[in-house]
Write a protein that binds this ligand. Structure first.
Ligand code: C2G
Length: 144
């Protein structure tokens, strides 16, 4: 069994997140997602609209996701890789190179990020009542 691991905030879930999770899961047989806690989001200087519990409920319901663990700090990845017998670590390529230090512990794969959509843009759209059309989210090119 090939076990895959990824991390994120997954706030205001959108097609970019789903495309990432779908491709990550397709690299193996089991996908574990490290979900950033509200406290860790503060460390990341990231403001999530939805609290951890709600983001956990949504993420756990996605058929591409087999397990959700809490992401409390930057340094837990090596332990998570060991504890969950991870073979492949995956992140979107906005993180290109940032996690190459994990290569001694597992394969590291960066997948093309889905353009033109982000939780930040959706939060702005939702909270500022923008009257423009919500951003579209075309999936990355096939084989991306
Ligand atoms: N993503 C994507 N396309 C988008 C938006 C996000 O492929 N349009 C990917 C990101 O590259 C990331 C994952 O979806 O791999 C989750 O994105 P975020 O929820 O923004 O997570 P982030 O804040 O990048 O947290 O330790 C790692 C961090 O917890 C990652």
């Amino acid at each position: 069994m090939t076990r895959v691991l990824t991390y994120g905030t997954f706030d205001v879930l959108h097609a970019g997140h789903i495309h990432l999770l779908q491709r990550a899961r397709a690299l193996g047989d089991h996908l574990t997602v490290g979900l950033s806690t509200d406290a860790f989001n503060q460390q990341k200087h990231k403001e999530a609209l939805l609290p951890f519990e709600q983001r956990h409920t949504v993420l756990s319901a996605i058929r591409h996701v087999d397990a959700v663990i809490a992401e409390h700090h930057w340094e837990q990845k090596i332990r998570d890789i060991r504890d969950h017998a991870i073979d492949i670590f995956v992140m979107g390529d906005d993180w290109q190179g940032e996690f190459d230090c994990l290569r001694p512990h597992c394969d590291v794969v960066y997948l093309p990020r889905t353009p033109a959509i982000s939780s930040t843009s959706l939060r702005t759209h939702l909270t500022q009542g923008a009257d423009d059309v919500p951003p579209t989210a075309h999936p990355p090119a096939p084989g991306a």
